[in-house]
Design a protein around this ligand. Structure first.
Ligand code: NAP
Length: 499
């Protein structure tokens, strides 16, 4: 596992270096001496080549019958399944997610591939009666052209699969810019499709920075759509550029997800949920539980049990199967977390647990941070509003269901949400009143399944949903067709039907 590999771009069916030969390194966040690989630091010209290849391939690819495209995706999913353990271990090494979670990430891509295979025999459209006799009114889904796919590092295999499988099943071609902090898994994802027989030019992989490769892609006139998952800041930049060029965009952005625990809840179950929701993937999930809203009647019991559990969490390198919390992704993210801990204290929240970087022994060469809990948090505090993207949980005490919902909704984000209660009325009201794209009842804020719509309201996105059948709405456009076989001129809204 200490091998350093040299990776290349994949453009028009060829593995290539960047035009000017420059590279960047990808290092293990649990041990920065471990260099996972070197990758092309691509230029604008590399993006030009990739977009040209995707554009030239598009007219041929869109003619391939959808079930035939789907066959290739099925084979890719089977290859990912065969290589699951190898890719999972690589993922843990390059971005720190513990092995059990890395396996889940790869499994998500496998599931999405098999779902896409099934969709190849569906991709349903709708037909409807015409208002005029001897006339059919039909609809079809059509592909759109070349899509740019830009993903973050926290789900290095699942997120590309959510975008690339539906995009190419629908008949589009793609240029994929993977995250600089998890580039090796992106290579494995692309390699599975190449080995499955995907024709040259359908999927092109260009490594490099967001500021050069990302910008060149989002501003390129031949890109019809941008499918992006990442921070709200980058999402806003993409929306601005795309707005000026009328590109289609799908944006999946940040979250500040609440878990509410009401007094009737099963406390042990709710503690399990909060531990997993807050510290799974070291809090670096868009759906991570970053706000815990506790009813005052159970507050003391819950917090006592929660803190005891959080203290026991084993932190370390995720290839050790007993480790529960891995490192954070890099130094700048670690510094950002430390800054928020400082702000939380300055604004008057109480640091109940953690709050420090770990630097001794096995932690000496990694970006490790303690599971952290702030209590006495009020909704106006910075740590209650900003997405920290680390193992930092803000706890609120409330005295009613109404107050719990108000605190939960007091955020610009709206991705995931959860309530633990045994009161069926509270559960039903929460489903209706929580402002979020996803609501869990008696389950944590993380754990989406691939065949259901995934996405958020408010500043979490721009209204699209990935996952399941809704992903195909993003990557297709509707064609409406009228077929008039009456043999005479019929005017809609003007002529009336007569026998
Ligand atoms: P990020 O900094 O926005 O980066 C995401 C991707 O965008 C990376 O590939 C990055 O490239 C690229 N990029 C950066 N600047 C760009 C630009 N100007 N133009 C085009 N591309 C650009 O986000 P991150 O820190 O990697 O990811 C964490 C964020 O993702 C969190 O906010 C999290 O909530 C969100 N997220 C959301 C979901 C969801 O479904 N809602 C899922 C997972 C994560 P480089 O890597 O080269 O900088």
């Amino acid at each position: 596992m200490s091998e350093t590999k040299e990776y290349k771009n994949y453009i028009n069916g060829e593995w290539r270096d960047s035009k000017d030969g420059k590279t960047f390194e990808d290092r293990n966040p649990a041990n920065w001496d471990d260099v996972v690989g070197t990758f092309p630091l691509s230029t604008k010209e590399d993006v030009e080549d990739a977009v040209r290849a995707a554009k030239e391939t598009y007219p041929k690819w869109k003619k391939v019958p959808v079930p035939k495209r789907a066959e290739i995706l099925r084979r890719a999913a089977e290859i990912l399944l065969e290589r699951k353990e190898e890719i999972s271990r690589l993922m843990t090494r390059e971005m720190g997610k513990v092995l059990k979670e890395a396996r889940g990430d790869v499994q998500e891509a496998i599931d999405t591939g098999f779902y896409a295979f099934g969709e190849g025999r569906r991709l349903f459209s709708q037909n409807t009666p015409s208002e005029l006799p001897n006339k059919f009114a039909l609809t079809f889904r059509q592909p759109m052209g070349v899509w740019a796919v830009i993903t973050p590092w926290n789900f290095p295999s699942a997120l590309p699969s959510w975008k690339i499988f539906p995009a190419i099943l629908a008949g589009n071609t793609v240029v994929f810019k993977p995250p600089s902090d998890a580039p090796a898994v992106a290579y494995e994802f692309v390699r599975a499709l190449v080995d499955a027989g995907l024709p040259p030019g359908v999927l092109n992989l260009v490594y490099g920075s967001g500021s050069v490769v990302g910008e060149a892609l989002i501003t390129h006139p031949d890109i019809v759509g941008i499918s992006f998952t990442g921070s709200s800041e980058t999402g806003m930049r993409i929306a601005e550029v795309a707005g000026k060029q009328l590109k289609k965009i799908s944006l999946e952005l940040g979250g500040k997800n609440p878990q509410i625990v009401m007094w009737s809840a099963d406390i042990d179950l709710a503690v399990d949920g909060a531990i997993w929701g807050a510290y799974g993937t070291t809090g670096q999930r868009c759906t991570a539980t970053s706000r815990l809203i506790l009813h005052e009647k159970i507050y003391d019991e819950f917090m006592h049990k929660f803190i005891e559990r959080a203290k026991q969490l084993k932190i370390g390198y995720g290839l050790d199967e007993t480790v529960e919390v891995g490192p954070v992704i890099n130094e700048s993210q670690l510094k950002k977390i430390m800054k928020y801990v400082e702000i939380g204290q300055k604004e008057g929240a109480h640091l109940e647990l953690g709050g420090h970087r770990l630097t001794e022994g096995e932690y000496a060469k990694g970006w490790f941070f303690e599971p952290t809990v702030f209590t006495g948090v009020t909704p106006d505090m910075t740590i209650a509003q900003d997405e920290i993207f680390g193992p930092v949980l803000s706890v609120f005490k409330v005295s009613s269901f109404e107050e719990a919902i108000a605190v939960a909704n007091n955020t610009r984000y709206g991705l995931s949400s959860s309530i633990y209660t045994r009161d069926v009325v509270e559960a039903m009201r929460a489903i209706e009143e929580l402002e979020a794209g996803i609501t869990y009842i008696n389950a944590p804020t993380i754990g989406a399944e691939t065949h259901l719509p995934f996405g958020g309201v408010k500043h979490t996105g721009n209204g699209h949903r990935e996952g399941g059948w809704t992903a195909y709405e993003i990557f297709t456009e509707w064609k409406t067709v009228y077929i008039d076989f009456s043999g005479k001129l019929q005017k809609a809204q003007i002529d009336t039907w007569e026998e």
